[in-house]
Design a protein around this ligand. Structure first.
Ligand code: NAP
Length: 275
């Protein structure tokens, strides 16, 4: 598969064995990239590679825990040994769970910060030399609660806020090398991770859908399409951006929750507007 926006390029996707990471790996491969998917478990990575190869694309998996800087450095070297280059790094790997902050253990907080914040730093740090040569791009997958906060997921909100700061800092620091650094903040989407940690909670899905102004949960393709654009030359003057891809969910319909109140308000409006 040589045609496409990413023909001849190498893309590294962390957490590429499931969910959004797998979908982005498939999307970049469909556009011609050689894709390296990493994660701790080998089997899901093998499945991602098989899916890509069966569609005519090129991919390989490397078992790597992003918390381990030496392993990450070796992985970066292996990617370059196998493909000769690195054009795009997608920092997507994450762990999460719901817990009231007063019951959150120090270890629970630390594990999520280690994966999300330290892991993103490790991969970005060891991708730098090759990204500089390629005048490449980093894409960090965050969440809109990096700026709004997220009651019940303090660990993840703090980690994602750190990654947002990293995105902006490196966009400013590495622009001189031609490296662009951006973030996507996905809204609620069914994946392996959220099926286990979020959608399993009673009534959450129905409640969340009502909060999305565009009226539906997201699909993995919504995020992949934005990722393809942000990392491509079509976005070559976009850096330091944090793009919500969430159906405007983070705005929650505004203070009035206007969508829910719309019918009642519409009837009252003519009188109210006479004041
Ligand atoms: P997911 O299905 O749980 O995928 C997370 C991936 O990260 C897994 O493949 C996992 O593989 C990998 N991973 C976890 N710890 C790792 C480690 N220490 N080293 C290497 N890889 C590791 O989650 P998802 O829903 O697709 O989420 C993808 C990204 O989108 C995350 O950054 C998440 O915060 C963000 N996001 C998702 C949503 C949503 O609704 N889905 C909303 C907002 C933001 P292993 O377990 O094999 O390591």
């Amino acid at each position: 598969m040589n045609a496409g926006r990413y023909a001849g390029k190498t893309v590294w996707v962390t957490g590429g064995g499931s969910g959004l990471g797998r979908a982005m790996a498939q999307a970049f491969a469909k556009e011609g990239a050689a894709v390296c998917a990493i994660g701790r478990r080998k089997e899901p990575l093998d499945e991602t590679v098989a899916l890509i190869e069966s569609a005519g694309g090129s991919a390989f998996g490397i078992a790597c825990d992003v918390r381990d800087p030496e392993r990450v450095e070796a992985t970066a070297r292996e990617i370059v040994a196998r493909t000769g280059r690195l054009d795009v790094l997608v920092n997507n790997a994450a762990g999460n769970f719901v817990a009231p902050s007063e019951k959150l253990s120090p270890n629970g907080f630390k594990s999520v910060v280690d994966i999300v914040l330290n892991g993103t730093f490790h991969c970005t740090r060891y991708a730098f030399d090759e990204l500089r040569k390629a005048r490449g791009a980093v894409l960090n997958i965050i969440a809109t609660y990096a700026w709004s906060g997220e009651p019940g997921a303090l660990h993840s909100a703090c980690a994602k806020a750190g990654v947002l700061a990293m995105t902006r800092t490196l966009a400013a620091e590495w622009g001189q090398f031609g490296i662009r650094v951006n973030a996507i903040a996905p809204g609620p989407i069914h994946t392996e991770g959220t099926d286990k940690n979020l959608w399993s909670i009673a009534d959450v899905e129905a409640t969340v859908v009502k909060q999305v102004p565009l009226g539906r949960l997201g699909e993995t393709g919504d995020v992949s399409r934005a990722a393809l654009w942000l990392c491509s030359d079509e976005a070559n003057w976009v850096s330091g951006a944090a793009l919500p891809v969430d159906g405007a969910h983070w705005l929650h319909g505004g203070t009035l929750n206007f969508r829910a109140a719309y019918d009642a308000y519409a009837g009252a409006a003519p009188e109210a507007q006479k004041q």
